[in-house]
Design a protein around this ligand. Structure first.
Ligand SMILES: *[C@@H]1O[C@H](CO)[C@@H](O)[C@H](O)[C@H]1NC(C)=O
Ligand SMILES: *[C@@H]1O[C@H](CO)[C@@H](O)[C@H](O)[C@H]1NC(C)=O
Ligand SMILES: *[C@@H]1O[C@H](CO)[C@@H](O)[C@H](O)[C@H]1NC(C)=O
Ligand SMILES: *[C@@H]1O[C@H](CO)[C@@H](O)[C@H](O)[C@H]1NC(C)=O
Ligand SMILES: *[C@@H]1O[C@H](CO)[C@@H](O)[C@H](O)[C@H]1NC(C)=O
Ligand SMILES: *[C@@H]1O[C@H](CO)[C@@H](O)[C@H](O)[C@H]1NC(C)=O
Length: 301
């Protein structure tokens, strides 16, 4: 079993020169359809677990191809639409792609997008390929996008030594590049840093540290689950920002992958703790109750 996983990994990352068999190759991207009906945030996380994001669409040809090819890659005959990566959850009215690319093409149906508080995520109709704004909690199939170079370069994951799938306990997601499980407090636990870290420790985990750009990206995708709250990281400073540490004891190399938000870190006396937004990190007083909680639990091989 383990050996075959290694062979599969080797195949995926070192031999294959195109997209995985069950996905659509178009231009320089692979589109991986998933028929499982899923909420928008969980769909985005599922895509980041593959190393991509929900699909972002930048021209009419791609739009038509994604819509028209969908039935060939999905097993549901009843589905009428699927999630694509457009949302305005983070940006209050301004629609963006979850992969951060420019919002330079749209194909909204007439009278869309609706400007209501519960229609913040876009789905594509499979009959006509137009988009509508929907309640993000609705369960729909979805389409992920990865650059096809992902499957031809060896740079990600750097060392394919871990299995592609593993059993995390219920409520936790496996991220292969770090061989770790990530769990989010679904109830939307907003707490101060110490309470959040204690919550994780009670679950055999810590607040999340990150040690690669891929892991940082993966954590950022949880923003969509946290409903626009910033997320606690394991990073803290016991000495007013002179030195930074990770609560899980790993090296504090976070500045290799993330950057401080403009004007940060603040030079304020006391214990400082670090929050993550979709674009940058910033420090606050550790007693502020302003972060939502994700926990990270490494699996051991
Ligand atoms: C993909 O398809 C090719 C050709 O049909 C086949 O040789 C290969 O084994 C398949 N790969 C996987 C991972 O299924
Ligand atoms: C499809 O999405 C579900 C989440 O709804 C996930 O559990 C499953 O692993 C995904 N399948 C693939 C092949 O990525
Ligand atoms: C959303 O997109 C606009 C450009 O369309 C960009 O200026 C802005 O930074 C984006 N916001 C996020 C959170 O990605
Ligand atoms: C959306 O609704 C808000 C509040 O009702 C309003 O302030 C805003 O101008 C509307 N935006 C658009 C694009 O209609
Ligand atoms: C996960 O657990 C199930 C049931 O215990 C087992 O059948 C399966 O092989 C496990 N998968 C992996 C990747 O360990
Ligand atoms: C931070 O504040 C202290 C005391 O107010 C000051 O001595 C120090 O130079 C400041 N450091 C920076 C990097 O601004």
């Amino acid at each position: 079993m383990f050996l075959s996983v290694i062979i599969l990994l080797t195949f995926l990352y070192f031999v294959s020169s195109t997209c995985p068999n069950s996905s659509l190759t178009y231009k320089s991207n692979c589109y991986i359809y998933n028929s499982t009906k899923t909420g928008f945030a969980a769909a985005e996380i599922s895509c980041t677990q593959l190393g991509g994001h929900l699909a972002s669409i930048h021209d009419a040809f791609t739009n038509v191809v994604i819509g028209q090819e969908a039935p060939n890659y999905m097993h549901e005959s009843t589905m009428s639409d699927l999630w694509i990566g457009a949302t305005n959850l983070l940006t209050n009215e301004k629609w963006n792609w979850t992969d951060g690319s420019g919002f330079d093409f749209t194909d909204w149906k007439q009278k869309e997008p609706q400007n209501t508080t519960d229609s913040n995520c876009a789905s594509m109709s499979l009959t006509g390929e137009y988009w509508t704004s929907q309640n993000c909690n609705e369960q729909k199939p979805f389409v992920c996008q990865l650059p096809s170079s992902f499957y031809t370069t060896t740079s990600y994951p750097t060392t394919p030594k871990y299995p592609l799938t593993a059993n995390c306990s219920i409520g936790w997601s496996y991220f292969a590049p770090t061989h770790s499980c990530y769990g989010v407090n679904v109830g939307g636990y907003v707490a101060n840093w110490a309470a959040a870290e204690t919550y994780c420790q009670n679950n055999g985990a810590h607040l999340p540290s990150f040690h690669s750009y891929a892991e940082y990206q993966y954590l950022r995708s949880y923003y969509y689950v946290a409903w626009s709250y910033d997320l606690w990281t394991s990073i803290y400073s016991p000495d007013s920002g002179k030195t930074w540490r990770n609560s899980d004891g790993t090296p504090a190399d976070f500045l290799d992958y993330a950057s401080w938000c403009s004007g940060y870190p603040h030079n304020i006396t006391g214990e400082r703790c670090v929050l993550l937004t979709t674009t940058c990190i910033y420090d606050v007083d550790c007693t502020s109750s302003m972060g939502r909680t994700i926990c990270k639990k490494p699996l051991f091989v």
